[in-house]
Ligand binder design. Structure first.
Ligand code: C2E
Ligand code: C2E
Length: 175
């Protein structure tokens, strides 16, 4: 810890998260700390940027905006907890097990069996064992089954037609 920047309101945890973002952006651009110093013709010193990245030194809003400008990214991309992409986990793949589906009684699984058959025929995909479907298809199926997406997902998991990680696809939806 070099400079705790007494006037700053940044907690050290926040400064660390901010620093991790700064480092991620820099490395995505294939720049070393010295590369930053060179590219900015000495405007951004490697030791200073390095201490921002470790969260050792608090960065002012103005300096952060200038650094965002240097990296060519919107400043909000550098703020912890605000990026829609990046650290966020991708949604799970929804892969229907067609062999299991064929064994579920038609009075329950009929609509899903027909839906899956339509997708197979639209794609011309008849591997017959598994079928990846769109996230949107789960919502459409929930309407067809007159259930919420999460209740339907539980049902499909209990039939063995979807894997348990499919829950993540609907976990933020209202039941
Ligand atoms: P489309 O939606 O206009 O998609 C045209 C083509 O773009 C697809 O041809 C496929 O080659 C590609 N494509 C679109 N979205 C994806 C995707 O998420 N992943 C991959 N890997 N490729 C994608 P394809 O497969 O012959 O499908 C023809 C049409 O059949 C699609 O036209 C769409 O209308 C329908 N379709 C196919 N699969 C699905 C599905 O899972 N759900 C729904 N709702 N419709 C589907
Ligand atoms: P995937 O091919 O790995 O695609 C993952 C996600 O990338 C898709 O999620 C979609 O959000 C996006 N994506 C990929 N290709 C396209 C495209 O051509 N157009 C658009 N608008 N978005 C695209 P999603 O929609 O939930 O689909 C999940 C999986 O379902 C896909 O994984 C793929 O395996 C299958 N799939 C969906 N639609 C089609 C299709 O039309 N044709 C084929 N062959 N497969 C599809």
């Amino acid at each position: 810890m070099i400079d705790k920047c007494p006037g700053s309101l940044m907690s050290s945890e926040y400064a660390k998260q901010l620093g991790a973002k700064l480092r991620a952006i820099r490395t995505q651009q294939g720049l070393s700390l010295h590369g930053v110093e060179e590219k900015s013709q000495g405007r951004w010193k490697a030791v200073v940027v390095g201490s921002y990245e470790r969260g050792d030194r608090a960065v002012t809003v103005q300096r952060l905006a200038e650094l965002a400008d240097f990296y060519g990214v919107p400043v909000q991309e550098l703020l912890p907890g605000t990026t829609p992409g990046g650290a966020a986990e991708p949604p799970p793949k929804l892969v229907l097990d067609l062999e299991r589906l064929a064994h579920v009684p038609a009075e329950k699984a009929g609509p899903l069996q027909r839906y899956a058959a339509t997708i197979q025929s639209q794609r011309g995909d008849y591997n017959g064992k598994v079928l990846s479907i769109r996230q949107d298809d789960l919502r459409t199926l929930a309407v067809i089954y007159d259930q919420s997406p999460s209740v339907l997902t539980e049902q499909l998991i209990s039939w063995g037609v979807l894997g348990a990680d499919a829950r993540r696809a609907v976990q933020h939806e209202d039941v």
